[in-house]
Design a protein around this ligand. Structure first.
Ligand code: ADP
Ligand code: ZN
Length: 722
């Protein structure tokens, strides 16, 4: 089989994405590869397909023990022979898998690095036919990120002990220092590097100025209609996580906390519920998220500023892996900058490390304060160039205006200077506004020249000015932690009047936030479509529960969306939906076609379009009449569907009515079945006690004949026996 065949037959996808095919080919012929691709880009297929095609078992090294189970189940749903080995298994389970391995029954084996590195396991591997090594989340080898795993640095042993086996290392972290670490630590100097674009076009980025964070969060969730959506909310501290989760729950949202300080049992229970149930919001510290491959996370919200753009990108990237629209929302304010600056300054790290952290913070702040497209600056940071604004971020959707803040900035700076660089933001604002507070009078700052010279701006506007000064590094916040501001070298030219400065005009409180996101189609389903959608989602959830797996492992939202839009009525039609491979077709095809059929019976055209007999006079709806006439005039069914802009099912319903009242011959409607086939179907119908239900006949013929066709054949029987 070719990679394209496997993609289609096993995974049910039509086309490779980006460089997937080249990567797969490279591994198939025995090459090493380093794959840098954003979250949701499709890294897993890059090693799963070669694992299926190459002889022997592929060893996948992953740090995510808690998630291995789901990864393996997901593969098994596709009919791929996969298993995992880690410390959560008991000896009986381990023994069973070793046996499968020995008998060469597995295509993929997921292992933790600790397990892999045991002498026993390595010796065992030496006697096993190995297809390839895949190293997932390979950035864990680098000390730069916060995911550092010391065991990863020992994985170079793979190359030493198994030099001929191809290795593929994958990650969504692509900055230069990390990349260098990966290559040197793992001996990947000869690996081919594949770098995908890091753009995530379906994510809408937005940042609001902190005023009342909780109220703002709630407004965001409501305007974006995230009521039944899964989402992640990041906070810096454990206390804030607990507090926010509790508060959201009180407001009626399904929110659960997650942080490293929690009871381990409860924590993994919360993660499990997030994966298994629909519409759970996790409020978490950064301890949550790596490897979470739930595809339908619809939003990621930050209530505190991340330390770097890398972290922000990773965290927001957990939204919308399925490619459907998703939101990245953040509330950001003066306190964030002060706090992070202090954290960087106070950190124990050496000078060089500190400088790097400062640099990263600067880039993060620049991103927050930018008045042009956010995606442009984000991609730019990762070395990519986006020629025009993206149209899917706040600054593109609602352009920010700037104002000449030179005068105001001069006033602010000289106020800092006149009060001897010993006071914090609120005090300075009070001086500028000419407030005679107790403290101001005590320090006699009502006597300084800057007292009361800033009345043209209000308190909020001054906050905005100071925030931007700090963010731009024109002013620093003292290290001792009292929050007093000091001038920096950079502020001199402005104080001396040699430089103009333009500031961002923050959107005022009055302006109501509006919904930004482009929506997935299913969100706008109404009426019957919405009822069908809910029925499909419900069926998926029940199937998932029965097998104790996450619902998305059965089908993604996009597949269910396709069912509503395309209304597949045969297994062949069902197989054409994206995400339906052979195994899933076999397991779930009939089940979902049945949901669709029952829906049509209950709500669809069927009921209204049934011929109504009143005292022997048969009444056919006007709409059915039109369809029947079109067919009589020689139009094909396809043309009628196009012409009338109705669904196939509706048209077939009209035609079935026509057959049932004797206006049409069965052969006029069904043209592509042999007489023998029709006879067989009729015989089966007649062998049953009742003609009311089609399902037994549909199942009997294994889904080859659509409900539409069966309905027409039944109509002709009804006509004949009337
Ligand atoms: P990553 O590991 O890079 O974050 P995944 O491998 O989990 O991403 O893939 C993200 C989603 O995209 C998965 O649901 C996967 O099934 C889907 N996907 C991957 N490749 C394709 C493709 N060629 N066509 C359609 N869907 C794909
Ligand atoms: Zn933009």
């Amino acid at each position: 089989m070719s990679p394209a065949k496997v993609l289609h037959h096993v995974f049910g996808y039509q086309k490779f994405r980006g460089e997937q095919e080249q990567i797969i080919q490279h591994i198939l012929v025995g090459g090493d590869a380093l794959v840098l691709m954003p979250t949701g880009g499709g890294k897993s297929l890059c090693y799963q397909i070669p694992a299926i095609l190459r002889p022997g078992v592929a060893i996948v090294i992953s740090p995510l023990i808690a998630l291995m189970h789901d990864q393996v189940i997901a593969l098994q749903q596709y009919g791929v022979k996969a298993a995992y080995l880690n410390s959560t298994l008991n000896s009986e389970q381990t023994r069973k898998i070793s046996l499968q391995l020995r008998q060469n029954e597995l295509d993929l084996l997921y292992v933790s690095p600790e397990k892999l590195l045991t002498t026993r396991f390595l010796d065992f591997l030496a006697q096993t036919e190995i297809a390839l090594f895949a190293i997932d989340e390979v950035h864990c080898v680098s000390q730069w990120g916060h995911d550092f795993r010391p065991e990863y640095t020992q994985l170079s042993i793979l190359h030493q002990r198994f030099p001929t086996i191809p290795r593929i290392a994958v990650t969504a972290t692509a900055d230069e220092p990390t990349k260098k670490d990966i290559i040197t630590h793992l001996g990947l100097e000869n690996a081919k590097i594949f770098t995908a674009s890091f753009d995530r076009p379906n994510i809408c980025y937005r940042i609001v100025q902190k005023q009342n964070t909780k109220a703002q969060l709630l407004e965001f969730l409501q305007t974006e209609k995230h009521n039944n959506d899964a989402g992640i909310i990041y906070c810096l501290s454990r206390r804030k996580v607990d507090d926010t989760a509790r508060w959201l729950a009180q407001q009626g949202w399904k929110a659960l906390p997650y942080h490293a300080g929690m009871d381990k049992e409860l924590r993994s229970q919360h993660q499990m519920r997030f994966l298994r149930e629909e519409g759970i919001i996790i409020v978490a510290t950064i301890a949550f998220g790596m490897g979470i491959d739930k595809p339908n996370v619809r939003f990621v919200a930050h209530l505190d500023l991340p330390k770097s753009l890398e972290a922000y990108y990773q965290e927001t990237g957990r939204a919308g892996r399925d490619g459907l629209p998703a939101n990245a929302w953040m509330a950001y304010g003066l306190q964030d900058i002060v706090m992070l600056r202090r954290m960087v300054d106070d950190s124990e790290a050496d000078e060089q490390h500190k400088r790097i952290e400062q640099h990263k913070l600067k880039a993060m702040l620049g991103y927050c304060e930018i008045t042009t497209c956010r995606r442009q600056i984000l991609l730019n940071y990762f070395g990519e160039h986006l020629a025009t604004g993206c149209g899917n971020c706040d600054t593109c959707i609602e352009p920010v205006s700037t104002w000449d803040g030179t005068k105001a900035v001069q006033k602010a700076l000289s106020c800092i200077y006149r009060t001897n660089q010993r006071f914090g933001v609120q005090y300075l604002i009070d001086v500028l506004l000419g407030k005679k507070t107790e403290r101001i009078l005590k320090f006699q700052h009502d006597k300084v020249s800057t007292f009361g010279i800033g009345k043209e701006l209000n308190n909020n506007q001054w906050h905005s000015v100071f925030r931007q000064l700090i963010a731009r590094g024109l002013v620093s916040v003292d290290i001792e932690g009292h929050g007093s501001l000091r001038l920096t070298e950079n502020s001199r030219p402005i104080l001396r009047g040699e430089e103009q400065i333009f500031l961002r005009k923050d959107i005022g409180k009055k302006q109501r936030s509006k919904s930004y996101s482009r929506s997935s189609q299913w969100r706008s389903f109404t009426g019957n479509d919405k009822i069908l959608w809910d029925a499909l989602v419900n069926k998926r959830l029940n199937l998932a529960k029965a097998q104790n797996v996450p619902p998305y492992i059965i089908f993604h939202d996009s597949t269910l969306e396709d069912i509503v839009l395309q209304q597949p009525q045969t297994l062949a039609e069902f197989a054409n939906l994206s995400g339906v491979g052979a195994k899933k077709l076999e397991h779930y095809g009939k089940i979902f076609i049945e949901v669709l059929y029952e829906h049509i019976i209950k709500y669809g055209v069927q009921i209204t379009e049934k011929p109504i007999t009143l005292d022997r006079e048969t009444i056919i709806s006007e709409s059915a009449e039109i369809t029947i006439n079109f067919l009589k005039q020689g139009m094909s069914i396809q043309d009628i569907v196009m012409e009338r802009d109705l669904k196939y099912t509706t048209i077939y319903n009209h035609l079935a009515v026509g057959i049932e009242v004797g206006q049409l011959e069965l052969e006029q409607v069904i043209t592509n079945l042999a007489e023998r086939e029709i006879n067989e179907i009729e015989d089966y119908f007649l062998s049953q006690e009742s003609l009311d239900v089609l399902k037994p006949t549909f199942d009997h013929f294994d889904g080859i004949y659509s409900y539409d066709i069966l309905r027409c054949i039944r109509a002709s029987i009804l006509y004949k026996i009337k």
